[in-house]
Design a protein around this ligand. Structure first.
Ligand code: HEM
Length: 294
């Protein structure tokens, strides 16, 4: 269900946009879209859990709440919002699921295809994993993940080339004139086109090619760091808050695959991406073949 939320939120927005008056779209949207049903399912799961935690906290002053996102949001809401309102909490959980799941699935899939299509990358990654296991054991500690520097370069290259969000939007709060004379007035909505920035051939040689070595120097910015020419996670104060978590998860996922299997695409090449529409990206047809390591 969570993986459908992102697509359905996008579909719902596109549906509402068809109507000249947005209130009409909002009226009809529940009839054709499942977002509202998902909202109620999450609410039905979350409300009793919140109540359980509140009762436990009242009954026992030494009560230690779980360390999770729900608790973090609950305490934030109690401090900053209306403590009786749980509506915001369900929306916040849905927003996080919206931001977290499809992005990771999308990048994880592309990462697998990028690695599957490059035997020399797999070999180097496997060697790195042998070194990591010898040094840290098989667990994915913070130190072990941080030390996977070749894996990090490969992931950064996947993140640079395969962008899920069309771009980052910002509204100009004040007017600004750039050094070349271009002026953007206050109130203007601006789009930073992620794919165009990330594939800028003034920044990268052979910008459309998958070349992890271009960022393999450990002094280069990490996969979660936005810099000029790399804005997959957005930028500035409102850049993605989940990016370090996402990079850790994706590295751990690839480490599990590479330790257990050698894998390649059927053709041995990187299949072309399917057309990505604003609300929809299509799965790649070509299979990945996994061979267990001895
Ligand atoms: C590869 C995975 C991911 C990518 C590419 C990605 C990308 C992005 C981008 C481009 C933005 C907009 C940033 C901006 O406006 O400057 C964003 C926002 C956000 N992301 Fe991520 N994200 C990923 C994973 C995650 C994860 C795992 C979480 C949570 C655990 C998460 C939570 C969020 C949230 C809550 C926002 C909204 C922040 C706000 O509006 O202030 N994301 N993400």
């Amino acid at each position: 269900m969570l993986s459908r939320i992102t697509d359905e939120v996008n579909e719902c927005t596109a549906f509402i946009d068809i109507f000249p008056f947005k209130w009409m779209g909002r009226l009809f949207a529940p009839l054709v879209n499942d977002v509202y049903r998902h909202y109620r399912i999450i609410e039905n799961l979350v409300l009793p859990e919140i109540e359980r935690r509140r009762i436990a906290a009242r009954a026992d002053p030494k009560y230690t709440p779980p360390v999770d996102l729900l608790q973090f949001m609950l305490e934030f809401n109690d401090k900053n919002g209306d403590p009786n309102s749980t509506k915001d909490l369900t929306s916040s959980l849905m927003l996080t699921a919206f931001g977290a799941i499809a992005t990771n699935v999308f990048i994880g899939t592309h990462f697998m295809y990028d690695v599957a299509a490059h035997p020399e990358v797999r070999e180097r990654m496997y060697e790195e994993q042998q070194r990591i296991i010898a040094k840290y054991g098989t667990a994915f500690s913070k130190e072990a993940l941080r030390d996977m520097s070749y894996m990090e370069s490969c992931l950064r290259e996947t993140l640079r080339l395969n962008t899920h969000a069309i771009g980052t939007f910002r509204k100009m709060m004040t007017g600004f004139t750039f050094s070349n004379g271009l002026s953007v007035p206050a109130g203007r909505l601006c789009l930073v086109h992620t794919r165009a920035v990330n594939r800028n051939d003034k920044v990268y040689e052979n910008a459309n090619e998958y070349i992890p070595e271009r960022v393999a120097d450990p002094t280069n910015p990490r996969a979660a760091t936005s810099v000029s020419g790399y804005v997959t996670f957005g930028m500035g104060e409102f850049g993605c808050p989940g990016r370090h978590f996402a990079v850790g998860q994706l590295k751990a996922l690839m480490a599990v695959l590479i330790r257990r299997y050698d894998f390649t695409t059927k053709s041995g090449k990187r299949p072309k991406d399917k057309i990505q529409r604003v609300t929809e990206y299509l799965p790649i047809d070509e299979a990945v073949i996994f061979t267990p390591r001895a």
